[in-house]
Design a protein around this ligand. Structure first.
Ligand code: C2O
Ligand code: CU
Ligand code: CU
Length: 520
């Protein structure tokens, strides 16, 4: 089935979406693309209902997915992508498109070296593609933007293949040959990643290993993933997104006036608005993920409480780093310890967003409700990390992320080196097993750079010879300020094949700020 038919199939059953209601209330302003609001490229979309008071909802923790079968070397999981009704705001239900109908999706927990096989079945009305963000994954299982799973449309068509497109369901095979880390999985359908992630297609995928076990970090119900997102709601409680109807073939997922990024006015953690977590006066481990489409955050805990960072995107860092505040761009992960042991029962600690204004300045609250027996101190050496050096570099490349160089549908697109994304062009062919130095420059607004497969270390930023406070260890995403520059040492290892790198502002990505590389 061609992409054309796939898009049509997707458009048939999109409930309740019409162009006229999508455009209602939006003013077309393509000049709005250079907006930077609250430190984030994008445009604020306001909810059409009254948002609830903060710190009333309990923090949900996504369920851990149980394998359907386990053998000597592999754990097998099944996920059905489908619509579900979530109770996010009081008095209304929100339709989510979720993994197992949930937002966030269930958390997958893998062990290093054991294969994880996930069968995804698509009962949504649109095509999907599943990407394991941060995964060292073979190209055919990486969720390439046009490797689609078409809707089941009444009947199981598991074995029907045409090209890379599969009808109904398919298996994704992950070797899990990588260190303990906080990964996440999300939709990656070409042109529609923004709207489909916004509707709920995102979940955590954690990897554990022996090195991590030996550190004695807080675990069990003291190891909690926190997925931060921003959303806007329609009057009936549904998610509001300035979508173009997917039945319109060839059109991008977001309307022109929001192509700089969709910023919601309601902050959700694990799908709940400004929630509260009751804690004991002990140490906790929080795996913080910014899964927002376009919003960046500057996190701080009030009352002088610090974060102790133990991990970054792709695993534990060499030594813990204490932060008063954390800048987190879209798709980045910060694995942190927060030590509540200095607090009294009854104390409240609020996580705030220093980039926010009004309601978006609050994120969530911790309330100390009991004493507890603490785990030991955080070790001051965590893992031995190999440090890449410029001496290892075989090839240097430079990529400019900017708006311009190409137009479509009357809009100036977001591009990489002036070219819009096309599945048919390669921008780089790194050799398997080599390290390259890439310089990434950002223009017009800020852009979080993300690359599939290949982990990197930040060598320098904005002309400085150090990675900056927030870029320690192995990363897969790095934030670039407007006019900023990052020098990265990237290790191309694991697999040959075609992959993408792109801006993780999902509206920029959908509006073509993405490129292919092939590991040869
Ligand atoms: Cu988080 Cu290409 O994606
Ligand atoms: Cu990725
Ligand atoms: Cu961007």
């Amino acid at each position: 089935m061609s992409r054309r038919t796939a898009l049509k199939a997707g458009g048939l059953t999109v409930a309740g979406l019409t162009l006229s209601n999508l455009f209602a209330g939006c003013t077309i302003d393509s000049g709005g693309s250079n907006n930077s609001i609250e430190g984030s490229a994008g445009r604020l979309l306001k909810s059409r209902l009254t948002l609830p008071a903060a710190f009333r909802a309990r923090l949900p923790v996504p369920p851990v997915l149980e394998p359907v079968s386990v053998d000597g070397t592999a754990d097998h999981y099944e996920i059905t992508q489908k619509a579900g009704l979530a109770s996010i705001l009081p008095g209304v239900l929100t339709e989510v498109w979720g993994y197992d109908g949930l937002f966030p999706g269930p958390t997958i927990v893998s062990r290093r070296g054991r294969r994880t096989i996930v069968t995804h079945r698509n009962e949504l009305p649109v095509p999907v593609s599943v990407h394991l963000h941060g995964g060292r994954t073979a190209a055919e299982h990486d969720g390439y933007p046009t490797d689609l799973i078409l809707p089941v449309v009444g009947g199981d068509r598991h074995s029907h293949h045409e090209g890379a497109t599969t009808a109904g369901s398919r298996d994704y095979i992950y070797q899990m040959n990588q260190p303990a880390a906080t990964l996440w999985y999300h939709d990656h359908r070409m042109d529609f990643t923004g709207p489909q992630v916004y509707r709920g297609l995102a979940g955590f995928h954690l990897i554990h290993d022996d090195v991590e076990d030996a550190l004695g970090l807080p675990s069990g119900d003291r190891d909690i993933p926190l997925m931060i997102t921003d959303r806007a709601f329609a009057a009936d409680g549904s998610f509001l997104y300035p979508s173009v109807d997917p039945s319109l073939e060839g059109t991008p997922g977001v309307t022109a006036d929001y192509m700089s990024g969709v910023l919601g006015d309601c902050l959700l953690v694990n799908g709940a608005p400004w929630p509260v977590l009751e804690v004991a006066a002990v140490k906790y481990r929080f795996r913080i993920l910014n899964a927002s489409n376009a919003r960046r955050y500057r996190l701080r805990l009030d009352g002088g409480q610090h974060f102790i960072q133990v991990g970054s995107d792709l695993g534990l860092i060499a030594r813990p780093i204490e932060h008063e505040e954390i800048d987190i761009a879209q798709a980045e992960r910060f694995d942190v310890i927060v030590d509540f042991s200095g607090h009294e029962v009854g104390d409240e600690i609020t996580m705030i967003n220093e980039r926010g204004a009004g309601r978006t300045a609050d994120i969530m609250r911790f309330i100390v409700t009991r004493r507890g027996t603490d785990t030991g101190a955080v070790p001051n050496r965590l893992v031995d990390l190999e440090t890449l050096s410029p001496d290892d570099v075989s090839v240097e490349r430079e990529f400019v992320f900017a708006r311009g160089g190409a137009r479509a549908h009357g809009m100036t697109l977001w591009t990489v080196n002036g070219k819009p994304f096309s599945p048919d062009t390669l921008i780089a062919e790194p050799r398997l097993g080599t390290t390259e130095k890439w310089t990434i420059r950002a223009a017009n607004v800020e852009h979080p750079f993300h690359i599939h497969l290949a982990p990197f270390q930040v060598l320098g930023r904005n002309g400085n010879d150090d990675p900056g406070r927030y870029n320690h260890g192995w990363k897969d995403t790095v934030n670039l300020d407007n006019g900023g520059r990052a020098e990265l040492l990237i290790r191309f290892d694991g697999y040959r094949g075609r992959y993408v790198f792109h801006c993780h502002n999902l509206e920029h990505e959908d509006m073509m700020m993405m490129a292919n590389f092939e590991v040869v």
